[in-house]
Design a protein around this ligand. Structure first.
Ligand code: GDP
Length: 331
């Protein structure tokens, strides 16, 4: 059963959390935040507290305060380079098994750095110990039948999918498997730790591919999304170094309209040159993309900023996958 059937999102609105968008050794602290949970009379205010060595920003209870928060706002540059951004709480992704209001009142809610994802109790066994290529399938029916949970990576050609897969499993040759002739149009299954799958789907939007081939790829990936019972979440890769592309917006909105659980992985977040790339920074492109797809989603989809050059987002992706997977296995 797909995960979205099992997720209960508490309706929260208002405040924002603050975190560093880039890997940081010493995160700054003390940005006052506000949580106004529906059904509560008194708004609960939160304080985002970051600390060294941690990959998360901590939320803690503080004095009440009411603000109209921006969606995602860059507020300051960190000493070691990464800008800080703020997210209103209604734009956070609360994973299944977590009640954000409760977590906040217990001063234990945490948000994964460079993402909108709240870290919950199911985030364990996140590391990749073993990874092996299992098979290439041309149809959903040919995919492995052992029922292990899986995450599918998909994105426009050249978005950085192979690089990200390499970085996740830390094995260059493995991801190259999907690029071998004959396998680029297949559903490629990689088994991780003998207990779950990373699935590499064909890149879309490859201009040189014949129209007919492109149409077929769409059909078979759509069939896979709609019918693969062990698919926990699609990971849609979006290049954050350039403005949103129509084809990516269409892909994301299709997933939203069909209620396929989706995580946005913004790639190439290390590319910070403003004048090139349409004049926008990765953070701005991330914000724009979300605004453009908002109407297609009931709840804010989870997103993570990544770079295969700096390894930004690697731990966060693995923790996010772990908490979705462990919840899925238990329910
Ligand atoms: P794929 O076609 O989606 O598998 O994309 P690739 O992984 O082959 O990457 C396409 C191009 O983008 C290559 O030139 C990569 O070196 C480059 N690239 C991939 N990821 C990153 C990244 O995180 N940062 C930067 N700066 N370049 C990247």
């Amino acid at each position: 059963m797909l995960l979205h059937h099992r997720i209960l999102h508490p309706r929260l609105f208002l405040p924002f959390v603050s975190f560093s968008a880039a890997p940081s050794r010493s995160l700054r602290s003390d940005h006052p935040l506000l949580l106004h949970a529906s059904g509560r009379r008194n708004p609960v205010s939160l304080l985002a507290r970051s600390h060294s060595l941690s990959t998360v920003a901590q939320l803690a209870v503080s004095a009440p305060l009411e603000v109209d928060a921006p969606i995602l706002r860059q507020i300051a540059d960190e000493e070691d380079g990464g800008p800080q951004v703020q997210i209103p709480l209604d734009k956070l992704f609360v994973p299944p098994g977590v009640d954000l209001a409760e977590a906040a009142s217990m001063a234990s809610g945490r948000v994964l750095r460079g993402s909108n994802i709240v870290l919950g109790p199911y985030a364990r066994d996140a590391q990749v110990a073993t990874a092996e290529f299992i098979k290439s399938s041309t149809k959903t029916e040919e995919c492995p039948t052992d029922g292990l949970p899986e995450f599918a990576l998909v994105g426009r050609s050249n978005v950085g999918k192979s690089s990200l897969l390499n970085s996740l499993v830390r094995r260059k040759r493995l991801a190259l498997t999907s690029k071998k002739p004959g396998k680029t149009q297949c559903i490629n299954h990689f088994r991780i730790n003998d207990s779950w799958y990373l699935v590499d789907l064909p890149g879309y939007g490859y201009a040189a591919a014949p129209q007919e081939a492109r149409a077929n790829w769409y059909e078979f990936t759509k069939n896979y999304f709609l019918n693969r019972g062990s698919l926990v979440s699609v990971f849609l890769l979006i290049d954050a170094s350039i403005p949103a592309k129509k084809i990516d917006l269409e892909y994301a909105s299709w997933l939203g309209q069909n209620q396929i659980p989706m995580t946005l992985l913004f790639t190439k977040c290390d590319k910070r040159k403003k004048k090139k790339n349409g004049g926008k920074r990765p953070e701005e492109n991330v914000e724009d993309f979300q605004k453009l797809i908002r109407e297609y989603f009931k709840e804010a989809p989870p997103w993570i900023m990544t770079s295969s050059v700096t390894n930004q987002g690697r731990e966060e992706i693995l923790l996010h996958m772990a908490q979705l997977r462990n919840y899925w296995l238990k329910h």
